[in-house]
Design a protein around this ligand. Structure first.
Ligand code: TYM
Length: 338
């Protein structure tokens, strides 16, 4: 079993990343058998698909490394690295570009969302982004990929690429393992605090739309207080959340943080207005995030330790990835000496 997943180091880690993915990464790491392995990486190569500021990307890559460790990713047990130090990711992407079809990429909803109306002005990298994502997991023969719901389509594409490559060039051998997405049932999609129809995202221009790991107690309280809601009190049963996306989102967050089901939260809080529920939610958030924030603040100041973590992780990732990369070159008939 090999678990592989990544996160883009753009902006800071938010509650959606944490509940939708990173918490699951840590849980998988903690429950692994001895012969299984976890690889988690900063998708810095993906981050250049959108206009970006180099100094900010540099700082965010180190900060996000600190954030992952603060969330429980243990670099002594998991392989933690950034793509830019493992060139095999970019190399394999090029090889897979020969297998991926334009039609497959044309169907990717994230490209449509991120390019918006300016399709002609979008970078080529934004279009081929899912092929790099396929390379990320196929390079390391990932069996399990813990992600939030929004990444499901990209992983289906990775499977399609692997199937076609194995078929076309494998000569009966499985050059790539088919990866399985692992999506947490409750918190797969945490929505924006300003608009219950949009996912909580690092790229939302409004900071009020998300809870960042770096937010202090007052900021969290203010963001929850200002979160968009409707005037009705909370229902006591789940059916009452239909057509109430903002209310559903706050209840989902509460349930995930407290380890309860949505039904249990509604059994306890049904009938409460948001004036009562929001302070309880803010308190729960602060309580759950405080230990992470304290560690994060400490870790991000130790540049040397962060560099060392990434260098060590990259060296391991290169060892693991290179045999698969070599097999792909060979299968394609590319000459690289003997
Ligand atoms: P990214 O950086 O947008 O998000 C990292 C992880 O957080 C999850 N996530 C969410 N989950 C629930 N609710 C939300 N509002 C929310 N926002 C983000 C994402 O699903 C993801 O699991 N393309 C990927 C990074 C990547 C990757 C990979 C992932 C690159 N290569 C290979 C897995 C395997 C991305 O941009 O995630």
């Amino acid at each position: 079993m090999r678990v592989v997943s990544g996160i883009q180091p753009t902006g800071s880690l938010h509650l959606g990343n944490y509940l939708g993915a990173i918490r699951n990464w840590a849980a998988m790491q903690d429950s692994l058998e001895d012969d299984a392995e976890c690889m988690f990486f900063l998708a810095d190569l993906h981050a250049i698909s959108m206009p970006h500021n180099p100094a900010e990307l540099h700082a965010a890559t180190l900060e996000m490394t600190a954030a992952l460790v603060a969330c429980g990713i243990d670099p002594a047990r998991s392989i933690l690295f950034n793509q830019a130090q493992v060139p095999a990711h970019a190399e394999l992407q090029w090889l897979l570009n020969g297998t991926a079809r334009m039609g497959w990429l044309n169907r990717m909803t994230q490209f449509k969302d991120k390019s918006g109306k300016n399709r002609e002005g979008a970078s080529v990298a934004l279009f081929t982004y899912p092929v790099l994502q396929a390379a990320d997991v196929l390079l390391h023969q990932a069996t399990h990929v813990p992600v939030g719901e929004d990444q499901k389509q990209h992983l289906e594409l990775a499977r399609d690429i692997a199937i076609k490559f194995n078929n076309d060039f494998g000569e009966g051998e499985e050059i790539f393992t088919l990866p399985e997405p692992i999506i947490p049932p409750g918190a797969a999609r945490i929505m924006s605090l300003r608009d219950g129809s949009k996912k909580m995202s690092k790229s939302d221009p409004s900071d009020m739309s998300r809870i960042n790991l770096s937010d202090d107690v007052d900021t969290i309280a203010r963001k929850v207080k200002k979160a968009k809601t409707d005037p009705e009190p909370l229902p006591s049963e789940e059916a009452g959340l239909e057509e109430r996306p903002e209310a559903r989102n706050l209840v989902t967050i509460y349930a995930t943080l407290s380890g309860k089901s949505v039904a249990e939260v509604l059994a306890d809080h049904g009938g409460e207005g948001f004036g009562q529920f929001k302070p309880a939610l803010a308190e729960l958030m602060v309580e759950s995030l405080a230990p992470i924030v304290t560690r994060f603040v400490e870790l991000k100041q130790d540049r040397e330790a962060l560099d060392a973590i990434l260098a060590r992780g990259a060296a391991r990732a290169r060892e693991i990835g290179v045999p698969t990369l070599d097999a792909a070159y060979k299968a394609l008939g590319l000459v690289r000496g003997r």
